[in-house]
Design a protein around this ligand. Sequence first.
Ligand code: MLT
Ligand code: ZN
Length: 477
Amino acid sequence: MADKRTSAYNPVTGEVLTDLARILGPSGVSSDPEKRTAYSLDDTLPRFEGEYLAEAICFPESTEQVSRVMKYANDNRIPVTPRGAGTGLSGGAVPFRGGIALATERMNNILEIDMANRTLTTEPGVVTAEITKFAKGANLLYAGDPCSGDISFIGGNVAENAGGNKVIKYGATGAHVLGLEAVLPDGSVVTLGGKRRKDVTGYDLIRLIVGSEGTLAVVTKIILNLLPLPKCVTDMLVPMPTIESATNLVSAITTMGGVIPTSVEFMDRKSIQNVEEYASMSIPFSDAGAQLIIQLDGMDRKSLWNDVERVGDICAAEGALEVFVAEDRNARDRVWRIRRLVAEEEWTGSMPLLSKEDIVIPVGGISDFFKLLPEISQRHRAIYNAYGHIGDGNIHLTLFPEAAESGDDLAASAESLRRELYEAVRELGGTLSGEHGVGLKKKYTGIFLSKAHIALIKRVKAAFDPNNILNPGKIVE
Ligand code: MLT
Ligand code: ZN
């Protein structure tokens, strides 16, 4: 493993470990080699195993402990990389410069549900699905719904501004954040926002910290907005003959449907067929060009059903091969299982990979993107499958070499392919990442952001973190 620590930073010595144990207690810090490896990875493919390695892992249990660790690291110039459950897909939680991995898993309490204000206050190490469940128990909706929600932590969702399946109607994680408590790199603690729903007293630093990929502050408390729980939910699985007809259907629903669907998800033929093979299951119309999942929710069954019928008519008019309507929990779970298995198959897949993308394009440009994609991939001798949150223009694209032979320079092929792909995305008004973050794809930010924009990002980073100790090496460096 190359030593990625630069002379700007100091190593984690035995003395540092003793000092950290004084702050966190002996069980609050570890330099165990297996743990160091485990806490240096995320779910990015290809994995960074062995490439970057934390020198120690800290397990704080309170804001005060986070603050003391940060102050110590800042005073001693030791890099700190915060991490949640490690389900990220951009390398955001990978300790690029070594140093300390700051695990939030022991800060795992839901602190309060406030019915009068319809808010939930939580620590960062709580699993997202637990929050959804807790809110549901109070007849309320936490509308953040990342695909990895069964295992991801809310703190990681905030750090990456995780999107997922309900963004089209309810917005990404940041749309639900009303308040934050955060520890700055020098150890000072700030409280931003609160339970109020309006606030223009000063800059909107919440919006800046949400999605900053753990580079500006360590979030230690989160106040989330909850919504009334929809009483009825329906999912429709809609096979379409071609990708083009599927993309036309998306714009027809969102412009002419008269409803805002909760989700419009997309899986191309290859994604569906990968799932069939991976899970040994048979999916109807698996040779269709693409399948969409359209979710509608509401308070009243009759009016929801009217919406379902209207959307069903639009699907038929746009050439749907079938419209499967799933109303009960089991049928709906079956539909979403297919979608979740697309991502799972990829995490566990062993094929050599060129690149895994999280691009986002204004919805009006998606058809054009799918017209360009086959040419671009052919030019680079790549094959791909595409899926994702097409209702908000966020496409996950996984690209593989058409025929990989040992000795092929996959990194070089990925590089030229990515550059051409990104130029096309930019021309369509799109950008590099919709929900997973830039993380270690930082060398491509210059394709999408102007020099002035990048310089501003660097000045903001320096204002928060003048010694560059918090998650160094991410986003623009
Ligand atoms: C998804 O939408 O399934 C997730 O973002 C995970 C992934 O892209 O693999
Ligand atoms: Zn996604």
